[in-house]
Design a protein around this ligand. Structure first.
Ligand code: FMN
Length: 144
């Protein structure tokens, strides 16, 4: 069973650094290839180290695969994972099918449809993140 950062008496510096970065982020995007109808073990391992860092945080989902479904199964499970860690799962997600030919080595989309989907995802992510960040700011002002 993985330890949680909050239970570690002497946590590694890298985990503390990531905790700090996550805590200060207004929004987060989970990105994973699809493996056996799910997201990567590396993502889950990272998620399990943290607790309060995810809470009430807007989190978007990006999945990809070599097949034509673009990691749809992984993306659905990532949204459930986000609910389990008390994050706010964003409604729009970005799926990248046929990974080998959809993006070049610099991550540039190789077809019009993917380019449009990336723009829509980015626009929705900014809207969602800003809406929640503004509400948190207002809550803090009202409390203080
Ligand atoms: C063990 C394994 C399981 C996979 N399972 C799926 C799957 O369930 N659905 C799918 O669409 N692609 C599946 N793929 C294809 C991957 O999504 C694809 O190879 C992707 O590019 C993997 O990213 P990577 O090259 O960074 O490992 C699988 C690949 C591997 C190696």
């Amino acid at each position: 069973m993985p330890d949680r950062l909050k239970d570690m008496p002497d946590p590694p510096a890298g985990l503390l650094d990531l905790s700090e970065k996550l805590s200060h982020a207004d929004g987060i995007v989970f990105v994973s290839p699809e493996y056996n109808n799910s997201y990567s073990g590396a993502l889950k391992n990272t998620v399990d180290y943290f607790t309060k860092e995810w809470a009430r945080k807007p989190i978007g989902v990006v999945a990809g695969s070599s097949g034509i479904q673009g990691g749809i199964n992984a993306s659905n499970l990532m949204q459930l994972l986000i609910l389990a860690i008390n994050g706010y799962a964003m409604h729009t997600k970005l799926l990248v099918p046929e990974l080998e030919k959809s993006l070049d080595e610099n991550g540039v989309p190789q077809n019009e449809r993917l380019a449009k989907n990336i723009t829509k995802f980015a626009d929705d992510f900014l809207w969602f993140t800003e809406a929640i960040a503004n509400q948190k700011k207002q809550d803090a002002e009202n409390a203080g």
